[in-house]
Design a protein around this ligand. Structure first.
Ligand code: SAM
Length: 237
């Protein structure tokens, strides 16, 4: 069974978007994952096909109606669907590589893309939507966020990444940012590739990469560095 993604959106033409190209696009064509897109507006009932209304209590913007969104969700993801239901939302749990990896080992995901000021709170509870944020900034809609999430998941699906080892040394997989990369030419604008990388000594190369990864993480992401230190088992002896 391949990973099954269902996306609910008011802008279906935004898909597959970036997911139709390169690694994710090839994997989509080969059947490593599937993507179905649902237009939320198809579940509106009035003749204007409206999906939003003014916020209760007043204020700016509009809110996606719970009844219409719930009808769309129920159509795509009936009660016995074992896929997690996610709502892209700046209020959500920050997306991490760990979450991505967990999702990639599951059966798929149902992803709701919000618009306007947001989604009526009642449908979030009633349909067990887990809110997921791609960062501390506000996008105009959930579609780009859904593509970010799916891109990160798809590259981890079995058989998708050409060189599986790269997945294990990448930033975040080990709790560290990745070491720097170099390629040919060995000298460019007076800048050279570090000697150790052309030494052929694999143990030394590994040690150098590790040291660089640790240095970068300490400098750039003290939060990751400390989290990693907390996770490390205490050393004995
Ligand atoms: N009023 C909301 C707030 O202040 O939290 C922002 C709504 S935003 C304009 C519209 C939609 O974009 C959201 O419902 C969500 O689906 C999506 N979105 C915006 N920023 C996001 C983020 N950082 N991560 C995931 N989705 C986001």
């Amino acid at each position: 069974m391949s990973f099954e993604a269902s996306v609910l959106t008011l802008y279906p033409d935004m898909f597959p978007g970036t997911l139709g190209q390169a690694l994710a696009g090839k994997a989509l064509k080969s059947g490593a994952w599937s993507l179905d897109i649902t237009q939320i507006r198809d579940f509106a009932t009035d003749r204007h096909r409206s999906v939003d209304d003014t916020p209760a209590g007043g204020g700016a913007g509009m809110v996606l109606r719970p009844d219409i969104l719930a009808r769309a969700i129920d159509h795509v993801s009936p009660a016995d669907d074992d896929r997690p239901r996610l709502l892209m939302s700046p209020r959500g749990k920050p997306l991490t590589q760990e979450m991505v990896r967990n999702l990639a080992t599951g059966p798929g995901a149902v992803i709701v893309c919000g618009r306007f000021e947001g989604v009526d709170e009642r449908v979030i509870g009633a349909r067990q939507l887990t809110e997921v944020s791609i960062g501390d900034y506000v996008l105009s809609g959930g579609e780009v966020a859904a593509q970010v999430l799916l891109d990160a998941i798809v590259r981890l699906l079995p058989g998708v990444m050409g060189n599986a080892v790269s997945g294990q040394t990448e930033s975040f997989e080990t709790g560290l940012l990745e070491h720097p990369h170099y390629t040919r030419p060995s000298e460019w604008e007076g800048r050279t590739v570090p000697d150790v990388l052309t030494s052929g000594n694999h143990a030394k190369i590994e040690a150098w990469r590790r040291e660089q990864a640790e240095h970068l993480t300490r400098e750039r992401r003290p939060d990751l560095w400390q989290a990693r230190a907390r996770k490390k088992p205490p050393s004995h002896g």
